[in-house]
Design a protein around this ligand. Structure first.
Ligand code: FPP
Ligand code: MG
Ligand code: MG
Length: 388
C-alpha cells in the first residue's frame, strides 16, 4: 500500500499496545485514597501474562484483516451495511445525564468508526478500552479468588490478601469492577455492555459451582460419568472461558463485524478459554511452586477435583469417596495425588486441552489471512505448551 509503513511484525505493534495498556489501566484506577490506590493497582502492575487483552487486540485486528499493509480493499469480514451511525446507535445522552452527577464532566461522544480506527494497527479506541476492561475484570477476580482460596502467593509475589489483608483485597476488587463498569459504560454499546456484564455474573456462578461441587456421579458404580465431566466443563466455561469468549466476541461487535464473524470470534475464545483452564488444571499436578509462581498442588488441598482427578477416578474408584469428602481426611490429598500420578489423568487432560485448542484454531479458519490471524493461531499452541 503506497505511503504506508512496511508492517511485518504485528506482535511488535501489539507489544507497544500492551505497554500502553498497563499505563491506561493505572489511570483508570486512580483513587485519592492511597491505600485503595495501591491495592487496586497491585495486580495490574505485577507481571501477568495479559492473555485476555492480547486476545482482544489480536481479534480486533483479525476481524478487520489486520494491519494496513495487509488490509484488503474490500474488508469482507465487516458488515458493510452498518453505517457509522449504527456504531453510535446506543448513544443516548438522556440516560447518561441521569446517571452522572454534575461534578463529573460529560464524556465525549464516541468518534465515528471511520475516523477513529488506528491506521497502523486497525484497532479502534473502543477495542483498546475493551482490552483494558477485560484485564481489570480479570485482576478483580484474582483479588477475590485469592481471598477465597487463602492463597499466599500470586505471580511469585505476595498475593493481594497477604499484602493488604482480606478486607482491603475484597474492596480493591470491587473498586476494579466499578471502574471497569464506568469504562464499559463509556463504550456506549449496549450489546457489549450486556456481554461483559454477563461475564461478571458468569465468574461468580463458576466460582460457586466450584465451591459447592455437586458433580453428578454414577448412582450404581459411584464413578465419574459423562455428566461429571459436563459439570466440570460448564464450571470451566463460566470461571475462565466466559471472559475470554465474550471479550473476543465484543471485539468483533465493536468492529461492526458480520454476524458469522462475531460467532467465530466467540467460538475461538470459548474453545481457547476452556483449553487454557484445562492446562491450568494439569499444571497444578505437574509443575513446582517456584515455576508456577503460586502454590502447586493447590487444587486437592482446596478440595477440588479437576480434570486429572476426574479422569483418574474412572480408573481408580477409590478416589470417589475422597472426592466426595473433598479430600478432607488426613492422607486424602497424598493418596489422591499418588492415584492421579498412577493414572493417565494428566495425559488425558492434555489431550482434551489439545482438542479444545484445535477447535479454537478451526473456529477462525475462514478468517482472511493476516498476521493477526497467525498470532491467534500461535496462541492456541502457546496455551497448550505453556508451563506456568
Ligand atoms: C482463578 O481460578 C479464578 C477465576 C478464574 C475466577 C474467580 C472468580 C471469582 C472469585 C468470582 C468473583 C468475580 C469477580 C469479577 C470479582 P483458580 O483459583 O483456579 O486459579 P489460580 O490458581 O490462579 O488461583
Ligand atoms: Mg485460586
Ligand atoms: Mg480459585
Amino acid at each position: 500500500v503506497s505511503g504506508s509503513k512496511a508492517f511485518s511484525d504485528p506482535l511488535s505493534v501489539i507489544a507497544a499496545e500492551m505497554t500502553n495498556l498497563t499505563n491506561n489501566i493505572r489511570n483508570l484506577l486512580g483513587s485519592t485514597h492511597p491505600n485503595l490506590d495501591t491495592a487496586a493497582k497491585y495486580y495490574v502492575q505485577s507481571q501477568g501474562k495479559h492473555i485476555r487483552p492480547l486476545l482482544v487486540l489480536l481479534m480486533s485486528q483479525a476481524v478487520l484483516t489486520a494491519p494496513k499493509s495487509e488490509r484488503n480493499e474490500q474488508r469482507y469480514n465487516v458488515d458493510e451495511s452498518l453505517s457509522p451511525l449504527d456504531i453510535l446507535r446506543d448513544f443516548n445522552p438522556t440516560n447518561i445525564m441521569s446517571t452522572i452527577t454534575t461534578t463529573v464532566s460529560r464524556p465525549p461522544t464516541v468518534a465515528t468508526k471511520a475516523a477513529a480506527v488506528d491506521e497502523e494497527t486497525g484497532i479502534l479506541p473502543s477495542q483498546r478500552r475493551l482490552a483494558e476492561i477485560t484485564e481489570m475484570i480479570h485482576a478483580a477476580s484474582l483479588l477475590h479468588d485469592d481471598v477465597i482460596d487463602e492463597a499466599e502467593l500470586r505471580r511469585g509475589n505476595l498475593s493481594g490478601n497477604s499484602a493488604f489483608g482480606n478486607k482491603m483485597a475484597i474492596l480493591a476488587g470491587d473498586f476494579l469492577l466499578a471502574r471497569a463498569s464506568v469504562a464499559l459504560a463509556r463504550l456506549r454499546n449496549a450489546e457489549v455492555t450486556e456481554l461483559i456484564s454477563t461475564v461478571i455474573a458468569n465468574l461468580v456462578e463458576g466460582e460457586v459451582m466450584q465451591l459447592k461441587n455437586t458433580a453428578p456421579e454414577d448412582a450404581v458404580t459411584g464413578v465419574a460419568t459423562p455428566a461429571t465431566f459436563d459439570y466440570y466443563l460448564e464450571k470451566t466455561y463460566l470461571k475462565t472461558a466466559s471472559l475470554i469468549s465474550k471479550s473476543c466476541r465484543s471485539a468483533a461487535v465493536l468492529a461492526g463485524a458480520r454476524e458469522d464473524v462475531i460467532e467465530s470470534a466467540y467460538q475461538y475464545g470459548r474453545n481457547l478459554g476452556i483449553g487454557f483452564q484445562l492446562v491450568d488444571d494439569l499444571l497444578d499436578y505437574t509443575v513446582t511452586e517456584s515455576d508456577l509462581g503460586k502454590p502447586a498442588g493447590a487444587d486437592l488441598q482446596l478440595g477440588l477435583a479437576t480434570a486429572p482427578a476426574l479422569f483418574a477416578w474412572k480408573q481408580h474408584s477409590e478416589l470417589g469417596p475422597m472426592i466426595r469428602r473433598k479430600f478432607s481426611q488426613p492422607g486424602d490429598v497424598e493418596k489422591s495425588r499418588k492415584l492421579v500420578a498412577e493414572s493417565d489423568g494428566v495425559e488425558k487432560t492434555r489431550q482434551l486441552a489439545k482438542d479444545y485448542c484445535d477447535n479454537a484454531r478451526e473456529a477462525i479458519a475462514s478468517f482472511p489471512d493476516s498476521s493477526a490471524k497467525d498470532a491467534l493461531i500461535d496462541m492456541t499452541v502457546t496455551v497448550l505448551n505453556r508451563n506456568k
